[in-house]
Design a protein around this ligand. Structure first.
Ligand code: T1G
Length: 708
């Protein structure tokens, strides 16, 4: 018997069971029942002495079906507590199976996929196999024995680290850790697995029953100490989260009270996590990240993206060198052009430094580093630009300069070469105004540091061709980053929707709220830092420049405080001058009592408005609802394609907590009406920066979701 997703075929006395459920062999209900039905058939067949389980399409199993988990987390389906732990029970039966079961792992065995594999009696992996328990990236924990079997295979320390950081053991590391017993080249996998199965059946090899392994599990006190260490390392990153603790609790329970108690606790904790808003938020971001590169009318038109193998980067400053680094790491040849040799060498040095730091961290092999640097061609002219497939301009934010550069580029490159700008604020049509190339001009707005941050805003003007856009999106995916396609407006998406964040924070300070209390409230909510600390990081001067452009572009709904001007005049530019909103001893930020003087001046300039007394929660709403409102404007204007794109962009571009699902998912938990009514009240009290937009008004009136 076979089903279309799990088939059984016999190789002599060995039953080969193959999971074939594209795209990633996830453990949907049909796959899960198919696996155990085929195993039961193999057991019932007296001619079968052993079983091999493997996956088709060069992958094993990518874990539970996350769309099924999403329905449960969003409350669209009810979690039947009898179901939780059912897979664990089936895997315990598998582990106790009389006939040996060998797992043949090529590609990924993740989450439930690795849990299935660990219940087998022997694991053969390929050199490219990827074994991990990444459930915590979804706001949940392993729910099918992973918190018990992995510590027994690799030890509590390594297992805890792998689960809490969602890191994979690949190939040789999986072999060294004992996750797989044999490692072979992909084309030898099934031969080796069938041979292993026969050896087990003949008693020539001893089955590995992970739940019974005891040599690496250590004592309960050891385990507790390991968790304490993990909390120290996790530090503030674990604030507001429940699933890391739930995971550690299940691990320790299993060490202290044994496997059976451990899986029971795991099931209880798994259910608690799945019911938490954090799981709903993180699963939302999982799918949102995969939806973002899909642009209706562009990526669904069967347009073949242009092969981009050579890119010229103009400007070797922080951004240009970061972009060049990202390109080199993705195997792209890079021509780095600067205006003179001094700047060129500095840019080359930044690129070298970026790559060297990865070599030092053991994340980049020295020979790969050499190959990358060999693909870099520094120059101060346009020689060879007729051979590049794309140019990414990253010169200073000066309109005349950029316009001139694009005129020169149009002459130097081929007519099909894509011309991208990394501008963060200037209108693309203005940049290309003196060219005839508007159809192949677009924005690739990287976030600093460009070789690290996962987000790239791919900006299209009304002239940008689908082909050019499609090719740019494909390039960003090649860089292993997430492209979010946005419209051409001042600030594009992230910088635009976050300008009310800074402005309303200043409004509250002008109304008597202590800036350090405000920063802490926003930090405790889950942002990586408060708005004032972030301003010091980016530079108070930079904020003044960019803020001025945004305030001019959106002058009908801004709030201007003079606090920034007073700090600017006093040359308090933030971290780079060791003084801004905070004072700096190295990287450590300390409140500065002298700030009060500047705040008083700004308050006086604002007419000393009646002070507000706000709770932390009220501060967070007053600072973030303006962002929600501007995001709604961006949806209304078509600057953003879908609400979930805004969520991805906020998480990846501004560090908005993924466990809250992004700004729109979070606002949706409060409801459009709640947000709208609060903004209306603040609009009356404080002016246009809070005026709710038409889109939000419509959603509030109709009681519609902000994320659908
Ligand atoms: N369930 C459902 N769909 C999935 C999926 C999954 N587990 N994994 C991927 N997809 C979809 C994805 O949405 C996309 O769809 C397509 O597959 C390709 O994905 C019981 C409870 C496997 C490394 O966390 O890390 O097991 O956009 O673009 O870059 O204890 O997908 O094409 O329509 O990412 O080659 C634990 C999640 C689940 C692994 C492949 N497992 N997936 O990366 O392709 S919880 C995970 C990934 C669990 C157990 C618990 C990656 C990948 P579409 P992709 P990729």
């Amino acid at each position: 018997m076979s089903s279309e997703v799990v088939r059984l075929e016999k190789q002599g006395d060995v039953a080969l069971i193959t999971i074939d459920s594209p795209p990633v062999n996830s453990l949907s209900q049909p796959v899960t029942s198919g696996i155990f039905d085929r195993i039961a058939e193999a057991n019932a067949d007296s001619s079968v002495r052993a079983i091999v389980l493997t996956g088709a399409h060069e992958n094993f199993i990518a874990g539970a079906d996350i769309s099924e988990l999403q329905n449960l987390a969003d409350g669209k389906a009810k979690l039947d507590t009898k179901n939780v732990g059912r897979l664990t029970g089936k895997l315990d039966e598998l582990e106790a199976n009389k006939k040996p079961v060998v797992m043949a792992i090529d590609g990924f065995a993740l989450g439930g996929g690795l849990e299935v594999a660990m219940a087998g009696h022997w694991r053969v992996g390929t050199t490219r196999c990827r074994c991990g328990l990444p459930e915590l990236t979804l706001g949940i924990i392993p729910g099918a024995g992973g918190t018990q079997r992995l510590p027994r295979i690799v030890g509590v320390q390594k297992a805890t680290e792998m689960m809490l950081t969602s890191t994979e053991a690949r190939g040789k590391e999986a072999l060294d850790l004992g996750i797989i017993q044999e490692m072979v080249e992909p084309d030898k996998l099934l031969i080796a697995a069938v041979a292993a199965a026969r050896k087990l059946a003949d008693g020539q090899a001893k089955p590995v029953r992970a739940s019974q392994l005891a040599d690496k599990i250590g004592t309960a006190d050891d385990a507790r100490a390991i968790m304490q260490g993990a909390r120290m390392i996790g530090g503030d990153k674990m604030r507001n989260l429940i699933h890391p603790e739930m995971c550690m609790d299940a691990i320790v329970c299993g060490v202290a009270e044994g496997y059976a108690a451990g899986v029971k606790r795991e099931a209880e904790n798994f259910a608690k996590c799945l019911a938490s808003p954090q799981a709903a938020g993180m699963i939302h971001i999982f799918f949102a990240t995969r939806a973002a590169p899909k642009v209706p009318g562009v990526t669904d038109q069967k347009l073949e993206p242009k092969k981009i193998e050579r890119v010229a980067v103009l400007g070797g400053g922080t951004m240009g060198s970061g972009i060049a680094t990202a390109l080199l790491q993705a195997g792209v040849e890079v021509a780095l052009k600067e205006v003179n040799d001094e700047f060129l060498q500095a840019g080359r040095g930044r690129i070298d430094g970026n790559l060297q730091s990865r070599v030092k961290k053991g994340k980049l092999a020295p020979d790969k580093y050499e190959q990358m640097m060999a693909r870099l061609r520094p120059q101060t002219d346009y020689a060879g630009f007729d051979k590049v497939d794309m140019v990414i301009e990253a010169v200073i934010e000066n309109i005349e300069l950029k316009q001139g550069v694009f005129v020169d580029l149009e002459k130097a490159v081929r007519p099909d070469c894509i011309l991208a700008s990394n501008t963060s604020t200037i209108d693309l049509e203005v940049i290309g105004a003196r060219t005839k190339a508007q159809d192949r001009i677009l924005g690739t707005h990287f976030f600093s540091p460009a070789h690290v941050m996962p987000l790239v805003e791919v900006v299209r003007s009304k002239h940008t061709s689908p082909q050019a856009l499609n090719s740019a999106i494909a390039l960003v995916k090649k860089l292993k980053k997430t492209p979010v396609t946005v419209g051409n407006c001042v600030g594009f998406l992230v910088n635009r929707i976050f300008f009310p964040y800074g402005q309303t924070a200043l409004l509250l300070v002008d109304h008597g709220i202590d800036p350090y209390k405000l920063d802490k409230a926003v930090y405790d909510f889950g942002m990586p830092m408060g708005p004032f600390r972030m301003s010091d990081l980016a530079g108070v001067d930079v904020g003044k420049f960019a803020g001025g452009i945004l305030a001019k572009a959106y002058s009908d709904h801004t709030y201007i405080s003079t606090l920034v001007d007073h700090l600017f005049e006093a040359k308090r530019f933030g971290e780079k001058t060791k003084i801004g909103y905070y004072k700096y001893d190295g990287k450590k930020a300390e409140p500065d009592p002298a700030l009060a003087g500047f705040v008083q001046k700004a308050r006086a300039d604002a007419g000393n408005p009646k002070p507000l007394a706000l709770s932390d929660a009220e501060i967070v709403e007053r600072v973030l609802f303006g962002v929600v409102n501007e995001a709604c404007r961006c949806l209304d204007e078509g600057i953003a394609i879908r609400p979930s794109d805004i969520d991805v962009a906020c998480v990846m571009g501004m560090g908005f907590p993924a466990y809250r699902g992004g700004i729109m998912k979070w606002a949706d938990t409060l409801g459009a009406k709640y947000v709208h009514d609060k903004l209306s009240a603040w609009h009356k009290a404080h002016g246009p920066v809070y005026e709710p937009c038409a889109y939000l008004k419509r959603k509030a009136e109709k009681g519609e979701s902000l994320v659908k």
